[in-house]
Design a protein around this ligand. Sequence first.
Ligand code: ZN
Length: 177
Amino acid sequence: MFALGALILAAHCNASPTNNIAARPATANSTTNQTMKFPVTKTDTEWRQELTPEQYRVLRQADTERPFTGLYWNTKEPGVYRCAACKQVLFTSKDKFDSGCGWPSFSDLASAKTVILRDDSSFGMHRTEVICAHCGSHLGHLFDDGPKPTGLRYCINSASLAFEKTNPPQPGPGEKK
Ligand SMILES: [Zn+2]
């Protein structure tokens, strides 16, 4: 129920898409994706045991959390965002921006090849799904209305992320104040 409302809002946020897709990474062929192998593979039972019910619904069943309800939509502290399922670093706070959509939004990845993109035609919309390249978990969707220079908006569920705050640099062992 809530998922559909969230999707409609997601589409609304995408009201002024651009055609600039030059920076967008290549989309995986959706037919080959079904048999894709990931470095981290677990059984459905294992995922259910390791994840919270909400994380499981989003990461493993491609559900969408309601906007403005997740842990990180308004997080502005410096740090890294890991995949909640396999702990791979996906995004950093330097690329996080306030999209007004109610989900954590990033204009770029922490590093190339951390995610895989695939076509998603569910709910009568054509969108690009973002999944973790390490474990195949659902993260969110990619839109073309992000800020420059990438023009990309990775619209990611908080439930798919584990935030790790960056600590201020510690003085080295030989340094005394
Ligand atoms: Zn992952």
